[in-house]
Design a protein around this ligand. Structure first.
Ligand code: UYC
Length: 231
């Protein structure tokens, strides 16, 4: 078993994303020794921006019953692995916690709520956004929300992921909606039950932006300077 652990440890450190993705649950299944390797991995990488591989490792530890994993996260990553920066004093920890347990549906609601908080008390009451409010969002806050989604979804979800797809389709909404399964033929996907709330969803499926009032909000989201600046 020691040999197994060493070999898995090396593959975790040096393997491709795909290899790493397969190794993480294997290490988790090996009990304390496996968890030790995962904790060491996360600590060694903490100076670098978190990737979705770090997200996977964090999630495994976060959802483990082992006391050593709980203690480790409590002391070394009390707020997760994505820095929860906000220019407006907004607490993104509730969003990070929902994403850490992969509750994508609740995380989606929380994302709307946090963006309304970002827009101010009138938007919080209204429960939806004007595109002019989105234009004025600080880049830092959008980047925090987005990094949380990307890191905790194997790079599958997030505004930046959706934006890349939208750009690759020449900003054509009629092609964009079916591409991310928001529309099938002439039919809009119905909220909430027809949406896919796990990683089997197509790339860019989440987070949702209600299109009921048109594309101006999502359009100003995708055109925001947040995505051209470094986080
Ligand atoms: N909903 O259909 N949506 C709601 C989506 C549309 C509608 C919420 C997304 C089309 C109504 C979210 C799609 C449409 C409500 C989303 C979608 C429509 C509602 C909750 C595919 C009818 C009740 C947050 C593009 C043809 C609330 C919120 C209301 C809610 C998301 C209907 C997240 C991505 C055009 C009637 N839909 N939405 O915003 O506003 O309320 O009346 O996009």
């Amino acid at each position: 078993p020691a040999n197994d652990i060493d070999s898995l440890r090396l593959q975790l450190i040096a393997g491709s994303f795909q290899v790493q993705q397969q190794i993480i649950p294997q290490l988790a299944d090996l009990g304390n020794e496996g968890l030790d390797v995962l904790m060491e991995f996360l600590l060694k990488r903490r100076e670098n921006p978190a990737t979705w591989v770090d997200g996977k490792v964090y999630q495994v530890l976060y959802n483990s019953d082992a006391p050593q994993a709980k203690e480790f996260l409590f002391s070394s990553f009390p707020e997760g692995i994505v820095p929860l920066k906000s220019e407006c004093g907004i607490n993104y920890n509730p969003l990070q916690q929902l994403l850490a347990v992969q509750d994508f549906q609740a995380a989606d609601r929380m994302t709307i709520q946090k963006m309304c908080e970002l827009a101010g008390p009138t938007a919080v009451q209204r429960k939806w956004l004007y595109f002019t409010e989105v234009e004025n969002f600080p880049a830092v806050d959008l980047q925090t929300i987005n990094n949380l989604w990307v890191v905790h979804s194997e790079g599958k979800f997030g505004f930046s992921v959706q934006r890349e797809i939208w750009l690759s389709l020449g900003k054509n909404w009629d092609n964009f909606w079916p591409k991310i399964s928001w529309k099938k033929g002439n039919n809009w996907t119905r909220y909430p039950n027809e949406f896919i709330w796990d990683l089997s969803a197509p790339k860019g499926h989440l987070p949702l932006s209600n299109q009921l009032r048109g594309v101006r909000v999502i359009s100003s989201l995708f055109s925001h300077p947040a995505w051209s600046k470094n986080p």
